[in-house]
Design a protein around this ligand. Structure first.
Ligand SMILES: Nc1ncnc2c1ncn2[C@@H]1O[C@H](COP(=O)(O)OP(=O)(O)OP(=O)(O)O)[C@@H](O)[C@H]1O
Ligand SMILES: [Mg+2]
Length: 593
């Protein structure tokens, strides 16, 4: 159906591009060759059956009725029934096979694209918003489905039918054929116009569907904000507007189709009338039999439905090729975080040397010339105002991105040379907001290490002192968290996040403390868990809690992407700079910390 991604220049491919894309899809569909071949075979049988009908009728009339031979008539009737039955069975089989091949192909495509998306670096997700990726996997795949399931079938059977019918017509009576097909030029001109108009109508509907969907999505996702500011009438009005557009575009598209299909039908009737009129005259002169005239009329009427189908197919192929092209675009994107040859050592220091960074696709440097050495087992706190670049430093150390300039190394190995798998074992980053998947608490902790047993999970929770918290639940660690963890409190979500890291037991821990405020009781548990997790590892923590900062060996102040101060708490207090000011402010606002 219609896509919801509104990127219009990608929706038209020039014919060469479209051919290239379709050819590539055909190569990908190679495993389904035999199934498709079978479908084409059955389609041919079905078509032959459809065409045999008029020929049998001709025999029944000329050799049965006109000749007064009732044996021949009976034979014609029986043959007709047999042929129709065979055609029915063949057509059924053809549907089954085409859909089997089509669904198989779509499954292959979906799995490939999804697997490819999962392997991409974060930079890829900065470039491709999740809404667009979801559209690729749904709307674009669906638009493909239309082609592979219906389009292919229609194309094969319509093309066969038109070819065979024309041959048969000429054999029956070339004079009648020429007269009946006098309407053809009109049809050719009309179908050109239809292609153009329906194409424009299709794009218009698509745009309107996209508009409507995004209004809908905003209205649902933003409903809390909308209600808080009493914007419901305004939202409803916007939705009404976009719905009016959608309604108009659908009606317009319908009008475009109905005039054309009406015309095709009228052309079919005129062609049949011409065949009957001219046929009657020819029969009178003794050039053709009545049976031939009727057979020609029947064949001519059959000819016009496939013409209709083929003109519709043009748009389907166009939009499917555009969708395929976008999907191939994803498949052609190589992950930009490459796998290196070296294993990271079990312990060592983290050296950030002259690192500058800009997010892919943006101009502004968010970090410039940062150099810090974190000793083995040292605890470094990163502090600074919001937007300073602290989380970015954390992401670089965990190699979620590569630095734009400079290097980051662990135990003397540049992270770019490290095997990704060994990197993910040695360095674990606990993000600011840990994502919870559908499933149980245990499942969510196991995300860090798929083969961990329930006991491993319990050990991890125990190690951070959070086991009792979850065992209080009725189902313990097997409690369902529901989508996005809506059933867990903010503090519990953080504990799950920390337990994941504890399960991996890495040498280097990169922690991005959540900024959300917790109630004092929960805060104490989370703080305790953090402390247990950090003990005995090299830790780089983006700190938002004064308690975390105070327990750090050294503190790095990041401001506007630069390292402005670095030292112990006492050193920085003595310096009397930014950190001293921050610490004073904190001390005043949190007298208990
Ligand atoms: N994916 C991204 N693409 C482009 N720019 C980004 C991206 N993520 C962050 N930035 C920008 O980089 C700068 C640093 O962001 P960062 O998240 O590192 O700040 P922070 O110090 O962690 O702030 P906070 O304390 O609020 O978490 C900000 O200006 C931010 O807008
Ligand atoms: Mg941050």
């Amino acid at each position: 159906m219609w896509g919801m991604s509104g990127v219009d220049e990608e929706d038209r491919l020039d014919p060469d591009e479209a051919k290239r894309v379709i050819r590539r899809a055909a190569r990908m569909a190679a495993p389904f060759k035999r199934t498709v071949g079978g479908a084409v075979g059955f389609s041919a049988i079905n078509t032959l059956g459809l065409l045999a009908g008029p020929v049998i009728v001709r025999y029944g009339i000329d050799d049965g009725i006109a000749a007064g031979d009732f044996g021949a008539l009976r034979a014609a009737v029986i043959a007709y029934i047999v042929v129709v039955a065979c055609a029915y069975l063949a057509s059924r089989q053809q549907y089954v096979l085409v859909n089997r091949a089509g669904e198989g192909f779509l499954r292959l495509l979906r799995i490939r694209v999804f697997g490819h998306i999962q392997r991409q670096s974060l930079a890829f997700f900065d470039r491709n918003k999740s809404g667009v990726l979801v559209a690729r996997m749904t709307a674009d795949i669906e638009s493909m489905a239309e082609l592979v399931q219906w389009g292919l079938l229609q194309f094969v059977s319509a093309a066969l039918l038109v070819t065979f019918a024309l041959v048969l017509l000429v054999v029956l009576s070339w004079q009648l054929t020429i007269v009946a097909l006098l309407v053809l030029p009109v049809l050719v001109v009309a179908s050109r116009k239809f292609r153009r108009d329906s194409n424009a109508a299709y794009l218009d509907v698509r745009d309107n569907v996209g508009q409507n969907l995004s209004t809908l999505q905003e209205g649902i996702a933003g409903v809390r904000v909308i209600q808080a500011y009493a914007r419901e009438p305004e939202q409803t009005r916007r939705f009404e507007d976009s719905n009016r557009g959608l309604y108009r575009s659908h009606i317009h598209s319908l009008k475009v189709s109905t005039w054309f299909f009406g015309l095709v039908e009228a052309a079919g009737i005129i062609a049949a009338a011409l065949a009957i009129g001219f046929g009657g005259w020819l029969e009178n002169r003794g050039d053709v039999t009545i049976g031939t005239v009727i057979a020609v009329v029947l064949l001519v009427t059959q000819l016009f439905e496939p013409v209709q189908q083929l003109s519709q197919l043009y748009n389907t192929v166009q939009s499917s090729a555009a969708s395929l092209n976008k999907l191939f675009g994803i498949l052609d994107t190589e992950p930009d975080i490459g796998d290196g040859p070296r294993d990271l050592p079990a312990t060592g220091d983290v050296v950030v040397a002259g690192v500058g960074f800009r997010y892919p696709g943006t101009d502004a440097l968010v970090l410039s010339d940062i150099s810090i050495t974190v000793g083995d087992g040292e605890r470094l706190a990163l502090v600074g105002p919001t937007g300073a670049g602290k989380s970015t430093v954390a992401k670089l150390i965990a190699r979620l991105y590569d630095p734009t300039t400079g290097t980051i190394s662990f135990g003397g190995v540049d992270l770019r040379d490290a095997r990704i798998e060994s990197l993910r074992h040695r360095v674990v980053v606990v993000p600011q907001e840990g994502y919870l998947f559908g499933g149980t608490i245990a499942d969510n902790i196991r995300v860090a290490q798929a083969d961990a047993t329930d006991d491993d999970v319990r050990d991890a929770l125990r190690a951070i002192g959070a086991l009792s918290r979850f065992e209080e639940f009725e189902d313990g660690i097997h409690t369902e968290v529901r989508e996005r963890g809506s059933r867990l409190s903010a503090g519990e979500r953080q504990l799950v996040s920390l337990a994941r890291a504890a399960l991996v037991d890495p040498a280097v821990l990169v922690l991005d403390e959540a900024t959300s405020n917790l109630d004092p009781g929960t805060e104490a548990i989370v703080e305790q868990a953090l402390e247990s997790l950090m003990t005995g590892r090299t830790t780089i923590v983006v700190a938002h809690r004064l308690s975390t900062i105070r327990r750090a060996d050294r503190i790095a102040v990041i401001d506007h992407g630069q390292l402005t101060e670095l030292g112990t708490h006492d050193e920085l207090m003595a310096l009397g700079g930014r950190y001293a000011a921050l610490a004073d402010a904190w001390a005043k606002s949190q007298p208990t910390a």
